[in-house]
Design a protein around this ligand. Structure first.
Ligand SMILES: Nc1ncnc2c1ncn2[C@@H]1O[C@H](COP(=O)(O)OP(=O)(O)OP(=O)(O)O)[C@@H](O)[C@H]1O
Ligand SMILES: [Mg+2]
Length: 274
């Protein structure tokens, strides 16, 4: 289905993704993990053609994705819906209109300018919001919703474009554990019910273990692990993150029962980012 062959991205002297290869034979839910700078975002951005690869190939159902141009490239980008850590909604716009923006690729500029959406699209948007448990907020401004609700609006917008694949770049990194769980469950459900492939960059081990069928570990641009959650042992995780003997799984935990540990980890993350 999806085949990545020796995919490489260089930024000057820096190799962000280094000859990465993997094959996905059926619509799976895949988690990509790895330390900051490992190349996770760059990988997703190359797949969705937001950035050009330096070398390598991406094949989807036999089609050479990196060769697509113009209309075919836009169609591909509509096939792979992206979801981001910061939701990327229009904050002042109401929820339904945000969701309807998922159809923009298919509509005329004039209709878009006047916010004219076909009635059936509006119904479909409401149905999707209902499915994600946020239809009651349809008329509110996006900015009035909680982070978890906003991320579900972003997922609804993605579903409007009927994507073959959902590429989620740290979809829960800005959310508290409760909202993180709701969003991951929504992605999992979409994967199972619709048979859509989901590839999610995740910053915590246990989220990858809990929701994904397969986990890909990246380190310094290379794929250093590719296996099932069960194969992702503490030792394997230590290798992926390049951590020493003091490596603790708790530091990357988002389990609700580990709320305090999560808060500590979040604090450490915040300190590391500053
Ligand atoms: N536009 C860019 N220009 C130059 N270098 C870049 C660019 N985007 C990414 N890089 C570099 O490529 C490498 C991989 O970055 P990337 O954002 O893919 O990592 P990541 O695994 O997503 O990290 P994080 O967990 O922090 O999001 C890093 O060294 C980064 O500095
Ligand atoms: Mg990233």
């Amino acid at each position: 289905m999806l085949r990545i062959e020796s995919l490489t991205k260089r930024f000057g002297a820096n190799t962000a993704v280094d000859a990465a290869s993997f094959t996905v034979d059926a619509p799976r839910m895949i988690g990509i993990i790895g330390a900051s700078g490992a190349g996770k975002s760059t990988m997703l951005r190359m797949i969705s053609r937001l950035t050009d690869a330096s070398e390598g190939r991406i094949l989807f159902d036999g089609r050479d994705v990196l060769q697509l141009r113009g209309r075919a490239k836009r169609a591909w980008q509509s096939d792979c819906a992206m979801i981001f850590q910061q939701f990327n909604l229009v904050p002042r716009l109401d929820v339904v209109s945000n969701v309807l923006h998922g159809t923009l690729g298919q509509r005329s500029t004039l209709a878009t300018m006047f916010n004219l959406f076909p009635r059936e699209d509006i119904h479909r948007a409401i149905d999707i919001l209902e499915r994600l448990g946020i239809a009651e907020h349809a008329a509110k401004r996006a900015e009035a919703l909680s982070g978890g609700q906003q991320q579900r609006v972003a997922i609804a917008r993605a579903l409007m474009q009927e994507p073959k694949m959902i590429l989620a770049d740290e979809p829960i990194a800005s959310l508290d554990p409760m909202n993180a769980q709701t969003v991951m469950e929504a992605l999992r459900r979409i994967h199972e019910e619709d048979g859509r492939m989901v590839i999610a960059n995740l910053h915590t081990l246990d989220t990858a273990r809990r929701y994904c069928d397969r986990v890909i570990g990246m380190r310094l641009g290379r794929i250093v692990f590719d296996g099932t959650p069960a194969q992702l042992t503490t030792g394997a995780a230590r290798d992926i993150y390049g951590a020493g003997a003091d490596f603790s799984e708790d530091a990357t935990s988002t389990e609700i029962r580990d709320r305090d540990l999560y808060a500590e980890a979040a604090l450490r993350d915040a300190e590391a980012t500053v």
